[in-house]
Ligand binder design. Sequence first.
Ligand SMILES: Cc1cc2nc3c(=O)[nH]c(=O)nc-3n(C[C@H](O)[C@H](O)[C@H](O)COP(=O)(O)O)c2cc1C
Length: 140
Amino acid sequence: MLSIVYASSAVRLFTRSELVDLLEVSHTANNTHGITGMLLYRGGNFIQVIEGENEEVLQLYENIKADPRHKDVTLLTQDPITTRQFPDWSMGFRNLDKMTEEELAGYSDFLDNDFSPAFFKDKPTRAYILLLSFKDSMTD
Ligand SMILES: Cc1cc2nc3c(=O)[nH]c(=O)nc-3n(C[C@H](O)[C@H](O)[C@H](O)COP(=O)(O)O)c2cc1C
């Protein structure tokens, strides 16, 4: 299996319903293709981890790169895996813009920055740790 983490920037800010649409389509497609992972959104930027069988992950990443709704799609990590880190989530999601200061406090070390692809490009491990840290707060 393969795990890919990338960062990107929305071409324009997503509305709540656009995010919901994206998540609905992703959940259905990911269930079909055995993809699991986590998507974080903050201030118009995304970071996402996708994991599953090699061909499925690579194909999805190609689709995602070609998606006109975002730009600067930046590969952060691409690693072979034997165990899924997000087995329970066809795509976990958190909109960090909707979290309170209090809720975000525990993650502050990672959030004192602009969340841009350029920032995470030099710190790919940070992106992965951040994605993992939200796993515990997910109920899906
Ligand atoms: C930030 C972001 C994350 C996405 N995540 C997924 C995902 O996890 N699974 C998925 O099937 N599509 C995801 N998409 C949508 C794909 O880019 C694409 O629209 C989808 O795979 C449908 O492709 P198709 O119309 O060629 O079938 C995402 C798009 C964006 C902008």
